[in-house]
Design a binder for this molecule. Structure first.
Ligand code: ATP
Length: 312
């Protein structure tokens, strides 16, 4: 069973307009409002792949209730910590081929709320084989909060995948308890290592051999249309994908995490796990809506992914 963690979920509002008029009134007809946040995209993809999961995290207020309603409508089992503060809206204005985003930072949590989530997380650990932790931390929680979640799994038979960036990722890696897997994209890897990596095999091998990654079982660098490069224990893999028609790539990293979690949960070989992850990522890019895939296409694209072991 997979548990997904989204600490700062949102109601994602999309406003399509022909032209965005500044300092004027813009009227919108086809508004869509969906439960958002990286971990919820992960959850949806796992659900569409018929995986067993519980979506978790922290939410509150009427927007929090809306998010729960949406998850229930989509039959995504969920167990969130409910707080007295209002969850956030994130607005995307789609205009003239552009996407202008207005992202609320969300509620500021206090230590008590953080501690209450630790308790819920400890219960979920008992039920989970794999846990995914995705996205940024809400304001008020310390940047090492994910590392503290990892420490709760000490001595437990659970694999934790962390997909975050910036200081939260750095603190996750600097702590005593290492995540089982991380999935930075190329920008996140550069920011983490404070360098401009050359994304060829030599550069990637060097980057992933950085001591910051010591103790992490799997580092999967996702590279958009270029597939991915991974270091699993001491072995490097180059993963190539076919050229596809992309409709909307947003959330493909989340779909990739969903595929990784599912393959790991099923205890498949790393080659299969990586192929599943690339396929769910690609399928997400082929749909208009974020965190959606057409499972009927799975086999066709899975068969076109190539995983190549790189000689030392
Ligand atoms: P996001 O932040 O939008 O969730 P990301 O930057 O974390 O995405 P990417 O590296 O862009 O993640 O994409 C993850 C995976 O999705 C890729 O490894 C690939 O399998 C698939 N993918 C993404 N973009 C493309 C593309 N343009 N063509 C084909 N596959 C893609």
């Amino acid at each position: 069973m997979i548990v997904t963690v989204t600490m700062n979920p949102s109601v994602d509002i999309s406003y399509p307009v022909d032209i965005l008029k500044i300092d004027d009134v813009n009227r919108v007809e086809n508004v869509s409002k969906t439960a958002g946040g990286k971990g919820l995209n992960v959850s949806r993809v796992i659900k569409q792949m018929d995986g067993e999961l519980i979506a978790s995290g922290i939410l509150g207020g009427s927007l929090g209730a809306y998010i729960i309603d949406q998850l229930n409508d989509e039959n995504v089992p969920n167990r969130f910590l409910k707080i007295d503060k209002e969850s956030r809206n994130c607005i995307a204005i789609l205009h003239e081929g552009n996407q202008t985003e207005i992202l609320e930072s969300g509620p500021t949590l206090d230590g008590g709320e953080g501690d209450r989530y630790f308790k819920l997380f400890e219960k979920l650990i008992e039920e989970a084989d794999v846990i995914t932790i995705s996205g940024s931390l809400p304001k008020g929680l310390s940047p090492n909060y994910y590392q503290r979640l990892l420490q709760k799994s000490h001595g437990k038979d659970v694999k934790i995948l962390v997909d975050t960036s910036g200081e939260a990722l750095k603190q996750t890696l600097l702590g005593d308890k290492k995540p089982f897997l991380i999935k930075p994209n190329t920008d996140e890897l550069n920011a983490l290592l404070e360098q401009e990596t050359t994304f060829d095999i030599k550069g990637l091998k060097e980057a992933l051999s950085n001591s910051l990654f010591d103790g992490v079982e799997a580092i999967v660098v996702s590279m958009g249309a270029d597939g991915a490069f991974a270091k699993i224990q001491d072995t490097f893999y180059k993963i190539s994908i076919p050229e596809i028609k992309v409709v909307n790539p947003v959330g493909s990293g989340d779909a990739t995490i969903a595929g990784l979690a599912m393959g790991i949960d099923q205890e498949l070989s790393w080659e299969e796990v990586l192929k599943i992850a690339m396929t769910t990522g690609m399928l997400n890019t082929m749909e208009e809506r974020t965190g959606r895939i057409n499972k009927a296409n799975f086999k066709e694209y899975f068969n076109q992914v190539k995983v190549e072991k790189i000689k030392k």
